[in-house]
Design a protein around this ligand. Structure first.
Ligand code: ADP
Length: 425
């Protein structure tokens, strides 16, 4: 029945449309035919006239809207598909995010998620990539209850990262009156990267543990000597003199450590404020060399400075820059002692950034240690550092000061040849 109608429409549709178009002409012809009949014409003429009249009536009202109009009606039907908007919004987000449908099927993955988890084909189940039962239970629960949930999750590949995974239903409100107009239920699974927070937490607790350990060691030694002085060495002046000298060294080490810890925490407080004084590095380097001459002489090291013509001005805090170069030159003298010479180069080429390099000809630093030297309490050899009155905080302080000065520390070292610590402003 349907197809017979369609065939009829196909065959005669064009004809009726044409007739509709020519309606005024048809009416005129009908009128002429009627008049002819009235005027006494024969039957064939009358029949033709009435036929024309019939055609005019058929053409009066369209039986159905033309095809183009029918097409438009279909387009504006209120079926709401939220996916394009959701996808466009999430594509602009720098945090990994997936859109899941009911049954935990992945409908969309943004670029950040693609980078973090690898490309996941749309239409695959979440468990194809995230197999952790904790995550899958959480997703199932949210789909069942429509309540948001979150869980912590770590990924090993492509790199070790820790995330807070959160799933929440996306609420589009009510769209239209009909139940079949409601959009499909969607869920947003987002990944908040907390690896950096975790790293800072770990560093902080390591730092407290290290600081306590560093302070406890000289303190334990002080207590031991006090007990000895109170007991066995009570009436031994020679032992007392020896022990008191050691105790003095230990107490000095503790106060050095406390000074360095205080320095670090003061620097942390103002790390975001850039210094605004102008400092000439030439007299500053000269001052640091003079202050370190007694130590250098004790160690048998010569400090040679190589300074350019004119002033070498940078924006900085004078006292802090003194601390930077004191640390670097003192380290070069202590750890590069066997090279016997420490060279300090100040460079001020008009086209290059200002640089100060401290070069020693000591034993050098094995490559695996170089990236970690500025970590607090990191030492290539703890015993070596202690014997040289080190605290393990010198380069951490240098790094903090340079960060505040928007300057960089570049370390080059070759085992057996020596080390070069360059400050680039
Ligand atoms: P410390 O108080 O132990 O000197 P630093 O933070 O100043 O602490 O230095 C960290 C470690 O880096 C030192 O313990 C030492 O092992 C190494 N180091 C620093 N400077 C040099 C250098 N010029 N040559 C060889 N090793 C160095």
């Amino acid at each position: 029945m349907e197809s017979a109608q369609a065939k009829w429409r196909e065959r005669f549709g064009g004809f009726t449309a044409r007739a509709r178009q020519e309606r005024p002409l048809l009416l005129l012809l009908t009128l002429v035919a009627t008049l002819a009949l009235v005027a006494g014409m024969q039957w064939p003429g009358v029949l033709a006239g009435w036929l024309l009249l019939l055609l005019a009536v058929v053409a009066r009202k369209p039986a159905q809207a033309p095809a183009a109009e029918r097409q438009m009606v279909i387009e504006v039907e209120p079926v709401f598909d939220p996916m394009p908007q959701v996808a466009a919004t999430l594509a602009a987000l720098d945090m990994p995010a997936l859109v899941l449908g009911q049954d935990a099927i992945i409908l969309f993955q943004n670029k950040a998620a693609e980078k973090a988890l690898g490309a996941l084909p749309a239409g695959s189940h979440l468990s194809a990539r995230l197999r952790s039962p904790g995550i899958l239970d959480m997703v199932r629960e949210t789909i069942a209850t429509d309540e948001p949930n979150q869980i912590e999750h770590s990924e090993r590949l492509p790199s070790e990262r820790v995330y807070t995974l959160r799933i929440a239903p996306i609420d589009f409100g009510r769209v239209g009156d009909q139940p079949d107009q409601a959009p499909q239920k969607l869920y947003l699974l987002s990944f908040k990267d907390i690896s950096e927070l975790r790293r800072i937490d770990r560093m902080r607790s390591d730092f407290v543990a290290n600081a306590s350990h560093e302070l406890r060691t000289p303190l334990a030694s002080l207590r031991g000597f006090i007990e000895t002085l109170q007991g066995p060495a009570r009436s031994d002046p020679a032992a007392q003199e020896r022990f008191l000298a050691i105790m003095f060294d230990q107490a000095t080490r503790m106060s050095r450590l406390i000074d360095d810890l205080m320095s670090l925490s003061r620097l942390e407080l103002k790390s975001h404020i850039a210094p605004d004084q102008t400092v000439d590095l030439k007299p500053l380097i000269g001052h640091v060399r003079d202050a370190l001459l007694p130590l250098a002489e004790d160690l048998g090291v010569e400090i040679r400075t190589h300074l350019p013509e004119g002033k070498v001005e940078v924006l900085g805090d004078r006292d802090e820059l003194v601390q930077v170069f004191e640390n670097l030159i003192e380290n070069a003298c202590k750890y590069g002692q066997e090279g016997e010479v420490v060279d300090v180069y100040v460079r001020n080429d008009p086209t290059e950034p200002v640089e100060v390099s401290v070069v020693d000809r000591g034993p050098g630093i094995p490559a695996e240690h170089v990236p970690r030297l500025t970590e607090r309490f990191y030492r290539v050899s703890v015993a070596d550092s202690r014997s040289k009155k080190g605290t393990g905080l010198g380069l951490a302080i240098v790094k903090h000061i340079l960060t505040r000065h928007r300057a960089r520390l570049i370390v080059k070292s070759e085992v057996g040849k020596g080390s070069e610590f360059t400050v680039r402003f």
